[in-house]
Design a binder for this molecule. Structure first.
Ligand SMILES: Nc1nc2c(ncn2[C@@H]2O[C@H](COP(=O)(O)OP(=O)(O)OP(=O)(O)O)[C@@H](O)[C@H]2O)c(=O)[nH]1
Ligand SMILES: [Mg+2]
Length: 784
């Protein structure tokens, strides 16, 4: 070893030998020509990356043979290990080639001397130059070594880390997994630190370099990709998992290699692998824990823990260590209750529950805070894009999602800014009302005049008063406020002055003229329905110490980021009935995280050009207000348009956008409550697109009463009609099926149901047969 150090010290400044063998004979080290080392130093013109993949270097360990060998080692280990494995006859495991070609590149010259063989073995795979002492980088798959001049040509941009181009996509040798993500000196010389970081990240996180689920067998069943994710991302996963055969006791969380005593306690209740076998750990004590015959050391541990073992009892042991005998209902004790038991376990090399373990299974509720490996994170994050026409309720749905699924829906900072928005919104609402009042006053005066054109105007004052008139003091305040708003200078008086004026605003709001104006709110196109909710409490809301309630936040308008994009990550907590008996599929659901991306139409750009950004969206949730059918707005050029028609236009451009040509759409027909309120007085045919609406109706029955023929209400009929209209439109435009649901986004349960429906759609999509699979039938019904 001393020789190695002196060797390295001698060549300070030159590249140090890479992969220096444990013991280098000093004579060889002394013979290395300095020139040979110099060739390994970084040349100024780093070779341009060769885009054409180089031929896969011949190797004594091809990717498959490497992998097969590890399986082979494993099965032979298991075969030898115990009688328990002798009946392991899973024929689905391909038996590895017992004698893989020992040398696919046989030496043509059997007389070549040992030094030359060593030289070839250690020279660069591409240029054949260099010796074992020149710095080289090794392919993680085939072991080919490359010198600094050839590395980039051989490995390209390294999308999966250090692999020859021809090895990309192949699994890495298990023994090399420890090396993943640990950069080498050569790489740091060739690439910038940012590039090195990127390559290392790719090496660590790309899917091809992960342990393959089918290489891990739990309770004699190979894992599926989902089971693998579940296992690796649970709160107490088996650390440093390698290919192999394992047993897992789901009830207690005990985990071990087949034929061996337990060596870990992992999270219980994971639905992975098959059923636990009695002989899983090759025990021969006659004592059973959760159906597995325990080993002698475990029996010893039980005895020390004062668990009565006479008569070979069969125990049920829970994750918290409590145990009971099979067939008996009472808990007999707790294995870990005595401090000495844990000590003895470490003495016997038996696992004890880890501090972080949460035996109650509460971890399911804490999934959001997990630290998932990037590749799992990526695989388990489902993106849902939420958008819709202005005022359709997307922000309300978004806020509901935060309230429903986030433990801290809004930070202190967010609440503070929402508070200011609410306080200033009040003045916007009031101004809409004041403008409306002026308009209505003028109209009614004109009408008055029209009715009595020839009457003598002796009582001037009386003539100029209408139900929309306000007293001079309030009129002066109104004029001043409208002027401030028109000049866009609300910020100048807000919030200080507005606090002062809160009592005047309250007085105005209560004034009969404003109330009369408010009664005609359907004519005030810009007045949101929540105006009265806030105006009622203007004095309270305007106070400095006002803190918006959840309801206030939900109702508040205008909480949208400047670029029109907001997002929130969440997972669906199990519903009460799900939590009691989470089955396999549902357990995997709780693992999936969702990202709700709220996109305001103003962020879409012309012709929805920014939609290209959303290519990894799984479901588009398009929101339409059911109340829009008889509502209008003025576009930029002053043309009055029907809101439902505009919603339809936006819907058409979204569903036909090429980014979403494979993406499922969920249409939320929102504001169902408003439809219920107005359908009786305002026919659906007000919207041109619905002019053929002809519901089966019972004339003498009120809105919410059941229709005599089929038991549906008017609102339900209208909803069905609109849903089918959109389904047909979608089918015509895309040839696909549209999912539709109704909601009232002010009601959290309704939003929860709608978003869970989006989750169902994702599940169906995953189960959906590929287009080539003609054996299954895809329903094409248009009914919602
Ligand atoms: N009655 C009723 N009101 C709703 C419902 N959903 C939303 N609103 C109200 O409708 C108004 C508009 O809702 P938002 O969620 O702000 O709509 P949006 O799609 O974000 O609209 P913009 O961001 O302004 O384009 C708000 O005042 C909401 O409180 C609903 O289901 N029923
Ligand atoms: Mg919004």
């Amino acid at each position: 070893m001393a020789a190695e150090f002196s060797f390295a010290d001698e060549y300070v400044g030159a590249p140090l030998p890479y992969d220096l063998p444990e013991a280098i004979p000093i004579e060889i080290a002394d013979q290395i020509p300095i020139a040979a080392i110099a060739t390994a130093s970084l040349s100024d013109d780093i070779p341009v990356v060769d885009p054409i993949p180089v031929a896969k270097p011949p190797s004594t360990t091809s990717p498959t043979s490497v992998f097969e060998n590890s399986i082979h080692d494993l099965s032979s280990e298991l075969k030898n290990s115990s009688a328990a494995t002798s009946d392991f006859t899973d024929s689905s495991f391909s038996s590895p080639d017992p004698d893989p070609d020992p040398d696919p590149d046989p030496d043509p010259d059997p007389d070549r001397d040992a030094d030359r063989r060593v030289q070839k073995q250690h020279s660069c795979h591409r240029c054949s130059k260099g010796s074992r002492f020149t710095e080289k980088e090794t392919c993680l798959v085939c072991n080919a070594k490359y010198c600094i001049n050839c590395l980039l040509r051989a490995m390209g941009s390294m999308p999966e880390g250090r692999k020859c181009v021809s090895c990309i996509g192949s699994p890495v040798e298990d023994s090399k997994r420890e090396r993943l993500g640990k950069s080498s000196r050569m790489l740091r010389r060739l690439l910038s630190s940012l590039e090195v970081e990127q390559v290392m990240r790719a090496e660590r996180c790309c899917e091809a370099n992960q342990l393959r689920p089918e290489d891990v067998c739990v309770n004699r069943k190979r894992l599926s990709p989902e089971e693998m994710v579940l296992l690796q991302s649970c709160p107490c996963p088996p650390q440093k998992l390698k290919p192999g055969y394992y047993w897992y006791d789901k009830v207690s969380g005990f985990w071990g290699k087949e034929g061996h005593k337990p060596d870990k306690i992992i999270s219980p209740n994971l639905n992975v692998g098959g059923s636990l076998m009695r002989n899983a750990s090759n025990g021969n004590t006659g004592i059973l824990i959760n159906g597995r015959e325990i080993t002698k050391v475990e029996m010893q541990m039980l005895k020390w823990a004062r668990v009565q073992c006479a008569g070979n009892p069969h125990f049920w042991v829970n994750a918290d260590g409590t145990y009971q005998e099979e067939g008996q209902k009472n808990i007999k004790g707790q294995i870990w209750s005595r401090a000495t038991t844990k000590l003895l376990c470490s003495f016997l090399s038996l696992p004890v529950p880890s501090k972080g373990a949460n035996p109650s299974g509460e971890e399911v509720n804490n999934m959001l805070n997990r630290n998932l490996p990037d590749y799992i994170e990526h695989r388990t994050l489902q993106k849902l894009l939420l958008t819709g026409f202005h005022g359709s309720g997307t922000s309300t749905i978004f806020k509901q999602a935060k309230f429903l699924y986030r433990s801290v829906p809004f930070s202190e900072e967010e609440r503070e800014s929402i508070k200011l928005i609410i306080q200033s919104n009040i003045y916007s609402y009031l101004c809409i009302l004041l403008e409306g009042r002026e308009r209505f006053e003028e109209e009614s005066l004109a009408e008055k005049k029209k009715k009595q054109p020839h009457e003598p105007s002796g009582t001037d004052e009386c003539d100029s008063v209408t139900v929309y008139s306000i007293c001079p003091r309030l009129k002066a305040f109104s004029d001043w406020l409208l002027k401030v708003m028109a000049s866009g200078n609300l910020e100048d008086i807000f919030p200080a002055a507005t606090r002062e004026y809160a009592p005047t605003v309250a007085e105005l709001w209560k004034d009969p003229a404003i109330q009369a104006t408010y009664n005609r709110r359907s004519e005030l196109l810009l007045l949101p329905s929540v105006a009265s909710y806030f105006l009622e409490r203007v004095v309270d809301i305007s106070r400095m110490e006002y803190e918006p309630s959840d309801m206030d936040i939900l109702y508040a308008d205008g909480i949208t980021s400047s670029n029109g994009l907001t997002f929130t990550d969440f997972f669906f907590p199990p519903l009460p009935y799900e939590a009691s008996g989470i089955d396999g599929a549902d357990q995997q659901d709780t693992l999936l995280r969702y990202q709700l991306i709220g996109l305001h139409t103003k962020g879409l750009g012309e012709n929805c050009k920014w939609l290209d950004m959303f290519e990894d969206i799984r479901v588009v949730i398009f929101c339409i207000s059911l109340g829009d059918y008889d509502e209008y707005f003025e576009d930029a050029s002053g043309i009055t348009l029907n809101k439902m028609m505009e919603s339809k236009r936006l819907f058409e451009s979204m569903v036909t956008h090429e980014t979403f040509d494979q993406v499922d759409f969920l249409l939320i027909l929102n504001k169902y409550d408003i439809l219920e309120q107005k359908i009786d007085r305002s026919p659906l045919t007000q919207c041109d697109w619905f002019d053929d609406y002809n519901p089966v109706s019972s004339r003498h029955r009120p809105n919410n009463d059941r229709n005599r023929n089929d038991g549906t209400t008017k609102a339900q009929q209208a909803f069905h009609y609109i849903a089918v209209k959109f389904k047909r439109l979608f089918a015509t435009l895309t040839g696909r099926k549209l999912y539709v649901t109704s909601s009232n986004s002010l009601d959290s349960d309704s939003v929860d149901a709608a978003l869970r429906y989006a989750r169902e759609i994702l599940k169906w999509e995953e189960e959906r047969p590929s287009p080539n699979d003609f054996s299954s039938f895809e329903p094409t019904t248009l009914s919602p």
